[in-house]
Design a protein around this ligand. Structure first.
Ligand SMILES: Nc1ncnc2c1ncn2[C@@H]1O[C@H](COP(=O)(O)OP(=O)(O)OP(=O)(O)O)[C@@H](O)[C@H]1O
Ligand SMILES: [Mg+2]
Length: 447
């Protein structure tokens, strides 16, 4: 039977999509050397920002020594940040020739660490696509779809401190999805200062809509600063059939042809040529434009425009009425006919000190996890210290780079002190005042 380690890119992409809707189970997948039995059911499940690789319990692992496989088999689950990491791990562990698998590696027990050279991976054996049949054999265990309220919670946990805007976004999406035959696309303008989560919110909505709606949603970001010239406007609607670029997926037309259920992010809309606004307006009105082969049907799509123009003047309007917001937009050069057609106007607030602290904790947690560790605790003084020194002039945009610079070296150094036998067993990190990092091989009592 073809297996996950030899699957084609297309198969992997399909699997990734399906693992967002359900836990995809591979019956009787071959296991690495030293596993008894040598086949087991394994499952892949993607939710939120993690991918879980499950294996049926009760497998005996007698080596060759590999703490990562031993831990996976013993606990039944291994967690990865991305689906890609999970597949890469499987390919490395399960796809390698047997003599290479047993060799102890420097990364045992941890995922890839930024700044260190990755261990050399054994070559991946490839199988012709037509021989890959495993998707016909998968068993799907459906997860209940989250409700719009749950979707709001999921998005608010990622896009911090923007509850009002996120609720507006989720409502817009929920109303649109409730229509089996929408007459036009849903649309919203997301405005506010730079680095406050506008683009992040659009990405997260697209990512989580699939779970909520049970349908497959796609995401396409179009950078409107690339459409500032009059002649570039037609490019947005794609090359005609037979021309280079037709259906390459990088314009509005091909994105919607590939999947009518797409969240289209028209990022930095204020930079686009005014003619583009007018063309988009036609699309918003009629839900489709063009004719025959070039027709664009956007009725099921969600169009999200972002802008950080006049951000300072927008800020005091964060809690203003919809009417007042639209008046503001008209007074600040947005075409009135567009303003009238927007489904929602959503204001993103500057990150408050409390939200910044939350963002710092979340970012520290992600960075710690990227070193294969779990965050046990971070002292309030350490959070305050990072918040005081972080470069916040571009909102949350540079926070992650800053924290990586501050903490990355310390985490890597602490990891070098850990005895190899402890490294596979869920090592926890505590970060104290002065950004002092201490690692514990076992769960320590919560502070
Ligand atoms: N509210 C937030 N919650 C969590 N992370 C945030 C938030 N705002 C910004 N960030 C962080 O900053 C990065 C940049 O944010 P994003 O791209 O969404 O900014 P933006 O509002 O679209 O800015 P711009 O107007 O310049 O395009 C994000 O990827 C995320 O890491
Ligand atoms: Mg943006």
């Amino acid at each position: 039977m073809a297996n996950l380690t030899t699957a084609s890119r297309d198969t992997i992409a399909t699997l990734e999509r399906r693992s967002r809707e359900a836990c995809v189970v591979y019956p009787r997948h071959p296991l690495p050397d030293g596993c008894l039995p040598d086949h087991a059911d394994i499952g892949i499940e993607t939710s939120g920002d993690e991918t879980l690789l499950h294996i049926r319990r009760g497998i005996e692992f007698t080596g060759p020594e590999d703490p990562e496989i031993a831990e996976w088999v013993a606990t039944g689950t291994r967690r990865f940040e991305t689906f890609g990491d999970c597949v890469a791990w499987l390919r490395q562990k399960l796809g390698a020739p047997s003599q290479a698998r047993g060799e102890p590696r420097a990364s045992a027990g941890r995922q890839a660490r930024p700044g260190r050279s990755a261990p050399k991976r054994p070559p991946v054996r490839r199988l012709p696509v037509e021989q890959v049949t495993e998707l016909e054999q998968v068993e799907i265990q459906s997860k209940p779809a989250p409700t719009p309220a749950e979707l709001g919670q999921v998005l608010s946990a990622q896009v911090l401190g923007q509850d009002a805007a996120i609720n507006g976004l989720v409502e817009l999406a929920a109303h649109h999805l409730a229509k089996p035959y929408p007459r036009r696309p849903a649309s919203a303008l997301l405005i506010g200062a730079t680095g406050t989560g506008k683009t992040l919110a659009a990405e997260q909505l697209a990512e989580h809509l699939t779970e909520t709606s049970g349908a497959q949603w796609s995401y396409e970001r179009l950078d409107m600063s690339e459409f500032s010239e009059r002649h570039s406007v037609s490019r947005l609607f794609g090359a005609p059939p037979g021309y280079i670029g037709y259906d390459d997926g990088h314009d509005l037309a091909s994105a919607l042809r590939n999947n009518p259920k797409t969240v289209i992010l028209l990022d930095e809309m204020d930079k686009a040529h005014p003619q583009l606004w007018r063309s988009i307006m036609n699309l918003m009105d009629a839900g489709r434009i063009g004719g025959q082969a070039r027709e664009i049907d956007a009725r099921q799509a969600i169009l999200l425009f972002t802008s950080n123009k006049d951000a300072a003047a927008v800020q005091p309007l964060a809690d203003a009425s919809d009417q007042r917001l639209r008046r503001f937009l008209r007074d600040h050069g947005y075409p009135p006919e567009i303003v009238g057609r927007l489904g929602r106007v959503l204001v993103f607030k500057p990150l408050s000190p409390a939200v910044t602290a939350q963002l710092i904790v979340l970012t520290v947690q992600r960075i710690v996890e990227s070193y294969g560790l779990l965050l046990d605790r971070i002292a309030p003084d350490a959070v305050a210290d990072l918040a005081n020194r972080a470069p916040l002039q571009s909102g949350g945009r540079d926070v992650e780079y800053f924290i990586e610079r501050e903490l990355g070296g310390k985490l890597a150094e602490a990891l070098r002190e850990i005895p190899p036998e402890a490294s596979g067993a869920g090592v926890r990190a505590a970060i104290d005042e002065g950004l002092e990092v201490t690692l514990h091989a076992e769960a320590s009592p919560t502070a």
